[in-house]
Design a protein around this ligand. Structure first.
Ligand code: ATP
Ligand code: MG
Ligand code: MG
Length: 581
């Protein structure tokens, strides 16, 4: 594997390591949840990153960028990357999502287990710590219970140009806030009646520093802690605490969180000053998120597409979810290659979908077996080929890999070819079959087209040709006749029938959700076309098997629907970018 391309995060990490920034790092460990106790033995001189999904949906291609980045840095600098479920928002989180996320991180080829399957982290394991830390902040006069309603808080928060105004509860005695916080935890107050806020600066130019909420009351069950809690921490409060408890060194997030960094640092430095956390503290860094054309990746929008039946589930091959991409035939290596090619920067950009498709082609080309399929079949009859005769033709399994050997398939009098490989009237530069023209049947003979048969409505139902006996591929006479066209075919008597799902982009607009566009309006009505085609005899469509169908593209046997008796095949991508704007 080639050396990784440097980027600003690698430079930062290399400087930190060179300066021995983490040389002294030892996490003493504390009694408490298992996932924190495991932290007792943090090695010196190791960096720690994390991938912290919220288990409220399936992972998508944007998450892959973060996964490759965080796990890649840990791997390259002999550190560790934590898989952490940021499950602080009980209403939307489910175990189904936890399992799907674990499945996908593994599939991408990253190991978070360190030999122990239980080695993933849950923010909800730290609820007790977060609460203790909150009390410490209250006692230090750094947080207070506010009894304004959510609407009042919003209204007094100010705007970009206008400062906020202090809550009437802002200067209540710490003792009173402490009592109310305990009552909040004990379930004595209804949802929305009060909240715990950090006491920072309502006049700060950064709105995130205007006394952000730390805890809100929510009388709802949590997928892991059940009814143990009725107050839940806000993300911006929970996140720095999670990072610090796990000994994360480099907390890498997307650019939207840049304005949150001052609060992240405020929390950690105060908790360290109060003796609740040890230094060195985690540092937050931001990078540009992946934006891909022709897709939406917002979980809310993906959920909508799934719930409203615009697609067939989270793993629909048209979705940019990792489960969908896998089903579409994307390989883990192709997604890692894509993420490598994206690089890491601080400038937002939109990546063309074709970059993703090209990564798949580049990954599959050297390894995918070749086979022939006919997707829009019409019969070709070799009128001078003896009825009942069969002869074997040979072709490389993969032209880039001589060791892969050859495959064999029969030629007979009646073949299936692509309907588009015949024209009664040939347009300019059309080199395939038309009356009088010669083409090569790939891996077999040169044939001369003699005409066609039509039905009562004038539709061509059969093409006729004569083969030239001395021209078989691989024989001395093969080059005697020069032809410009080379067409694929399968023997009608031997071909394997298959259902083939031709996928196209789910959205017809490169920016389906830009601005306040209604993304549903951009749905491509032809994003899936199902055809009955024919495969080269001997093609075994084991679920998940990928091929290059010669001249057509890369295809995969559907992981869910394909069986030996009834192959169901998805088009992963065409051979060339067919979407030039
Ligand atoms: P949504 O906003 O759709 O709910 P999210 O970004 O909140 O998605 P999380 O589960 O919180 O989803 O994300 C986990 C991690 O993945 C975060 O650290 C986030 O920065 C990263 N991530 C999410 N989307 C992208 C993206 N498009 N590009 C790069 N990283 C991303
Ligand atoms: Mg999130
Ligand atoms: Mg988000």
């Amino acid at each position: 594997t080639p050396a990784p391309v440097s980027n600003f995060l690698r430079t930062i990490i290399e400087n930190d390591l060179a300066q021995g920034r983490y040389a002294e790092k030892r996490w003493a460990g504390r009694p408490g949840p298992a996932s924190v106790q495991r932290q007792g033995a943090i090695d010196a001189a190791r960096i720690r990153t994390r991938f912290p999904p919220e288990p409220n949906g399936y992972l998508h291609i944007g998450h892959a960028k973060s996964i490759c980045l965080n796990f890649g840095l840990a791997r390259d600098y002999q550190g560790a990357c934590h898989l952490r479920f940021d499950d602080t928002n009980p209403e939307k989180e489910e175990d189904e999502y936890v399992n799907a996320i674990i499945d996908m991180v593994k599939w991408l080829g990253f190991d978070w287990t360190n030999g122990d399957e239980n080695n993933c982290y849950f923010a909800s394991d730290y609820f007790e710590y977060m609460y203790e830390f909150a009390e410490a902040l209250v006692r230090a006069g750094l947080a207070y219970v506010d009894e304004q309603s959510a609407d009042e808080m919003r209204a007094t928060r100010g705007t970009l140009t206008e400062k906020g105004t202090d809550s009437p509860w802002r200067n209540r005695p710490a003792e009173e806030s402490l009592r109310l916080l305990r009552e909040m935890r004990d379930g004595k107050h209804p949802d929305g009646s009060m909240a715990l806020r950090a006491k920072i600066d309502m006049g700060s130019p950064n709105i995130n520093m205007r006394d952000p909420v730390l805890y809100r009351i929510r009388h709802v069950a949590h997928h892991r802690t059940g009814n143990a809690w009725c107050i839940y921490p806000m993300y911006s409060w929970a996140h720095p605490v999670e990072d610090a408890l796990e000994g994360i060194t480099h907390s890498i997030c997307t650019l939207e969180f840049e304005d949150q960094r001052p609060f992240y640092d405020w929390i950690l430095n105060h908790l360290a000053d109060l003796g609740q956390l040890s230094r060195p503290l985690p540092q937050q860094y931001e990078f540009a998120r992946l934006n891909l054309t022709y897709v939406v990746t917002s979980k809310r929008k993906l959920l909508h597409l799934v719930r409203e039946g615009h697609v067939d589930g989270w793993d629909d091959p048209r979705l940019p979810t990792l489960a969908g991409l896998r089903r579409r035939g994307y390989t883990p290596a192709s997604i890692r290659l894509f993420c490598e090619r994206l690089g890491v920067s601080k400038a937002d950009s939109r990546i063309d979908y074709s970059v993703l498709e090209q990564a798949l082609r580049d990954d599959l080309d050297p390894k995918a077996p070749r086979t022939v399929a006919v997707l829009d079949p019409i019969k070709l009859v070799l009128t001078n080929y003896p009825e009942g005769q069969t002869e074997i033709c040979r072709a490389p399994r993969n032209p880039h890999d001589p060791d892969a050997g050859q495959r064999e398939f029969p030629l007979t009098r009646e073949l299936w070819i692509e309907r588009d490989d015949f024209r009664e009237e040939a347009p300019k530069k059309y080199f395939r079959l038309y009356p009088g023209n010669t083409v090569r049947l790939k891996y077999a003979y040169v044939v001369r087209c003699t005409g066609c048969v039509k039905d009562a409505d004038g539709n061509v139902v059969e093409v006729h040709a004569e083969y030239l006996p001395d021209t078989k591929s691989g024989t001395a006479g093969a080059d005697a006749i020069k032809v410009k066209g080379n067409i694929t075919w399968v023997s009608a008597a031997h071909a394997v029938p298959a259902e083939i799902r031709l996928y196209d982009r789910l959205f017809a607009d490169p920016h389906p959700d830009a601005g306040d566009k209604d993304f549903l309006a951009a749905i491509n009505p032809d994003s899936r076309r199902v055809v009955q085609g024919w495969l080269e005899p001997g093609t075994v469509a084991d679920p998940g098997q990928s091929w290059q169908f010669e001249r057509l593209g890369y295809f995969v046997a559907d992981r869910e629907a394909s069986t030996a008796d009834k192959p169901v095949i998805n088009r992963s991508t065409t051979l060339k970018d067919s979407w030039a704007p």
